[in-house]
Design a binder for this molecule. Sequence first.
Ligand code: FAD
Length: 513
Amino acid sequence: MAASGSGSIMWFRKGLRIHDNPALEYASKGSDFVYPVFVIDPHYMETDPKAFSPGSKLAGLNRIRFLLESLVDLDTSLKKLGSRLLISKGEPGQVLIQCLKEWGVKKLCFEHDTDPYYQALDIKVKEYTSAAGIEVFSPVSHTLFNPADIIQRNGGKPPLTYQSFLKLAGQPSWLSSPLLTSISSLPPVGDVGSCEISEVPTIKDLGYGDIEQEWTPFRGGESEALKRLKESVSDKNWVANFEKPKGNPSLFVKPATTVLSPYLKFGCLSSRYFYQCLQDVYKNVQKHTSPPVSLAGQLLWRDFFYTVAFGTPNFDRMKGNKLCKQIPWNDDDELLAAWREARTGYPWIDAIMVQLRTWGWMHHLARHSVACFLTRGDLFLHWERGRDVFERLLIDSDWAINNGNWLWLSCSSFFYQYNRIYSPISFGKKYDPNGNYIRHFLPVLKDMPKEYIYEPWTAPPGIQRKAKCIIGRDYPKPVVYHDSASKECKRKLAEAYALKPKIEWPAEPRRFG
Ligand code: FAD
């Protein structure tokens, strides 16, 4: 056994940051030693050769690399504070219990996580700690509010509209006192004994070999997150006038929104610190936008989905999910593959799917376009299939937000105006008549005249030859015709809605704690 007495473990999972990290702060208080641990979880990181894109069973390589970059950055910051990151590999529950035994610590600190995977893991670890008399400190710091508190305030049920969520939530309690944004030093790391500890691995160390792929332009880590945040909030006018959904989804050189989502996902950026910075801007301008459209309003959408997801059994599926309309979606592997592989024949849709695969990030309205197209707009395929593709390829893939938005876009929950469909032709054209976004992500269409760039199958043969893009050979014909396909989708949704399944809640409210 290594150092004992006043040692503690800081278990990093998300929350990959130093600023506003109450678990790290508590771990270092009164401790002679702090062991900052991150466990490489095979469930998330191990290569899966059968998956449709390079990566593990659950995550594409862009996101895995983003995570590794975030860990390197965290390790660098910890070293500056007199500590370092201890990387271990294996099933996280088992690894943690082994570390707790080996190091004889008295405190285990980690950020509370509402995702089902972590909820199950935490039960297992807490069973051990309570039997072993180890103190656990697991604060809520990934979201602005504690989802369990909001649900309790609402009589055991999650609020189902954004406005009712806002009413219940009120102002965050922490807003009146400044958040701890820096630490001057940390206690040293104790002796690690026989626990197998390594440096942060590279993609190659994880067994991915030399991968040839276009990587996301966004680099992981707290340093990059704080830099991006600073750039965003320094433009006070932009922050004050931010109004979603008014942004332009086709801007890619300088996107129309912050692109802070991947940093919030891994907790490289604290949403509370982001919110506090926005309040500082609002205080110093005469007029600013408000929720739901403001930038602070976007963070509240995030909390809204976290709360509903936490309080809804089977939130990530149609069956057994009381919030979800029961819709007889079609099952068609070929159409799904055409959508996933950017082969629908609709350049606006395909360009977005290429941006997803190469960047792992797209603008919110671009996500709307492809999600609507896959489900209620054109293909009538199950939202869970689209969710899976996003879950794998997005660098900001987030269980609560992704499922919540797929439920929304497919008119399965939250939003029910199924007659309002995004046209795969005119919607993108409105923002980008020349098709620059399409030309960038689908270079096969780069010489197509702007008159045909959104509907290249209508270009006369001579124009196709001149553009060096023959439709049906160099770029696909449309997989469905939008006018007829969307009419059929609306008809099927009207039928499904007519059945009017009621939202029912369990007789006994769930207990949260
Ligand atoms: P900004 O506009 O700058 O907003 C700031 C932050 O607010 C975001 O980083 C995000 O944390 C939060 N936010 C913004 N919009 C939403 C929203 N609609 N719901 C919840 N939180 C929001 N976002 C994810 O973070 N992870 C996902 O897996 C995800 N999946 C989505 C799937 C679909 C089908 C759709 C339509 C949207 C999805 N979104 C997801 C929501 C949204 O598109 C992204 O959060 C946003 O585009 C990220 O870019 P940004 O950081 O520049 O956003």
